[in-house]
Design a protein around this ligand. Structure first.
Ligand SMILES: [Zn+2]
Length: 257
């Protein structure tokens, strides 16, 4: 098993290479670039430069697509603009050499769970088709979601991956918040793939699932690391309010085993 640890967030384009060097000095081998509030790496040359630096340092890059995505909107325009955002991320991700474009697939809205699944599956199949035509290298990775009224249970994401060939992002904080427990055997059965892209952090939750992300407690990190299957290649992106510190803490626990 190999586990690469890294934070959510790279910060501004200007300082990206320094920040990657700093991550590397700390032993971090992954970084998820947050396009959550917009795709801020606009120049092709910048994407190539940042990608080259990450490669030199052996840092695996991924992208988090904008939050404003709903592949199950009742409005056609909103579906189209959602797909455009994902495709724009794939294009930049391809220049960066990123392995995944993670996104929140959508909301149930007024549709049934089954109807929502079929709608989202259809859009992902279309996105996959374009991804292949354009030879974009990052995988499309819909994420397991933490709120029970949002599409994205572990079962739903697993089924999407099996039926469309897309990748996935397993957010263990979200799974805990949604299901009130993490049954690792169930997750291993749902995601038999060799490579796992994982999100983690501490989390506050209630009846409806996720409330907010919080600092990762040492015992939470230990529990996760103890439970992870030993035959996979795993990237763990920390999404707590202290993603770099918590990634280093995770790495230290992992290295001491
Ligand atoms: Zn996440």
């Amino acid at each position: 098993m190999t586990i690469k640890f890294g934070p959510a967030g790279l910060g501004p384009v200007k300082t990206a290479e320094e920040v990657l060097e700093n991550y590397s000095k700390l032993g971090l081998k992954a970084c998820e670039i947050a396009f959550t509030y917009g795709i801020y790496i606009k120049e092709k040359s910048n994407a190539l430069r940042i990608g080259k630096k990450a490669k030199e340092l052996g840092i695996s890059l991924s992208i988090h697509a904008p939050y404003y995505i709903n592949l199950n909107s009742a409005e056609k325009e909103k579906i189209e603009s959602s797909k455009k955002r994902i495709l724009d991320c794939l294009e930049v991700g391809n220049l960066l050499g990123a392995k995944c474009v993670v996104f929140h697939p959508g909301f149930y809205g007024k549709f049934s769970k089954e109807g929502t699944y079929e709608n989202i599956k259809k859009q992902i199949l279309e996105l996959e088709k374009i991804r292949k035509e354009k030879k974009y290298s990052p995988k499309l990775c819909p994420e397991t979601m933490g709120k029970i009224n949002v599409f994205g249970s572990a079962e739903e994401i697993s089924k999407l991956s099996k039926e469309t060939g897309c990748g996935f992002c397993i957010d263990f904080a979200h799974i805990l918040a949604r299901d009130k427990e993490v049954d690792m055997n169930r997750i291993v059965t749902l995601f038999p793939d060799k490579e796992w892209h994982v999100h983690f952090s501490g989390i506050e939750y209630g009846e409806k699932g996720e409330k907010n992300h919080k600092k990762t407690e040492e015992k939470e990190m230990k529990n996760l690391l103890k439970g992870l299957p030993s035959d996979k290649e795993i990237v763990i992106i920390n999404e707590s309010p202290y993603p770099m510190e918590d990634s280093v803490a995770g790495l230290n626990i992992y290295s001491k085993k």
